[in-house]
Ligand binder design. Structure first.
Ligand code: FER
Length: 309
């Protein structure tokens, strides 16, 4: 419990933007399927092959369409891009029977979340067995190119998103209707979106992953440099503190907790950009370990607040 006490000291509950009461998922949500389930489709797209200049490959993302989607033919939907962790795949969130899906079904059916589309892609090249942290780090660092140039256009022209188009201009203009989040290396990826793709995303949910732009485990290896780089990236991309919402979340027992916490602490030094309690939030789930099982709890807590206000 040493870590937990440490957090308590650094970030007491009454501090703006800091939260230690993370929503608990009702037991029943896993025990029986929701009566209004969404459905999952497989979206294939062609893109450049990682590490092989001039070559292309076919990859896929899984796409969750809420129950409502087939019943409201004129409605356009917000989209959440969910990025898996090291060694993972699109199935991490949207595979058959995933608890993340039942969480979405129930939260949307119960009106806790306004229905939205979820796209779960992968930063890995197809059929590559290398899931080392080094390789994952290299893949995530360049993934924004594939995500914004190939995946967004494919997904948002096929489905009734707010963009509803593959046009780069339309995708940029609809950024307020688009979020990105992920667990572990997917959290690392989410920070790259904050740094390099704010043109396309307005909402950010890094879970149990720090920013690695300055190097591996940059949140704790280079906290000041990392926070300064993130703060500068907002203005550098032509935005202000009014233009994004950032919810960073992890668990008190998580192996990445120390890195997340050190990074948040450094981000507090840039209060003009990261206005805690306004555009920036940090959640800590007591007892949360570094496991995908945490994601549905984190996501329920955070995504209820997305696209509101
Ligand atoms: C961290 C950020 C991400 C970390 C680990 C990860 C231990 C992910 C590891 C993986 O997916 O294998 O700060 O610290």
């Amino acid at each position: 419990m040493a870590i937990y006490e440490g957090f308590h000291h650094i970030a007491p509950q009454d501090r703006p933007g800091f939260c230690r009461e993370i929503t608990q998922i009702p037991e029943g949500w896993l025990q029986q399927p929701c009566e209004k389930p969404g459905r999952v489709e497989r979206l294939e797209y062609r893109c450049p092959l990682f590490d092989h200049p001039g070559e292309t490959c076919v990859k896929y993302a899984l796409v969750y369409l809420p129950w409502e989607y087939d019943r409201q033919p004129d409605k356009h939907y917000n989209v959440m891009y969910m990025i898996h962790g090291g060694g993972g795949s699109p199935e991490e969130y949207l595979g058959n029977g995933c608890p993340f899906i039942s969480m979405l079904d129930y939260a949307m059916a119960g009106g806790e979340m306004e229905p939205f589309i979820v796209v779960s892609p992968t930063y890995y090249p197809p059929n590559d067995p290398d899931i080392s942290v080094d390789f994952s780090g290299r893949c995530t660092a360049v993934f924004m190119e594939e995500l914004t140039r190939y995946i967004l256009p494919a997904a948002e022209s096929l489905y009734r998103t707010h963009a509803g188009s593959a046009s780069d201009d339309v995708l940029r203009k609809s950024r307020a209707h688009r979020g990105i989040g992920g667990f572990s290396m997917g959290g690392v990826t989410t920070w790259y979106a904050f740094l390099d793709a704010m043109d396309y995303f307005g909402w950010f949910m890094p879970m149990s992953g720090d920013c690695w732009v300055m190097g591996r485990r940059g949140g704790i290896s280079f906290p000041e440099e990392t926070a300064a780089k993130l703060a500068a990236a907002v203005g550098g991309q032509g935005f202000t503190s009014e233009d994004f919402m950032l919810y960073f979340i992890t668990g008190s027992e998580d192996i990445a907790w120390d890195a997340c916490d050190a990074q948040v602490h450094a981000m507090e030094q840039h209060g003009d950009v990261f206005r805690f309690g306004k555009n920036t939030f940090y959640g800590l789930r007591e007892g949360g370990y570094h496991t995908v099982e945490q994601v549905r709890h984190y996501a329920l807590h955070v995504l209820r607040g997305f696209w509101k206000g």
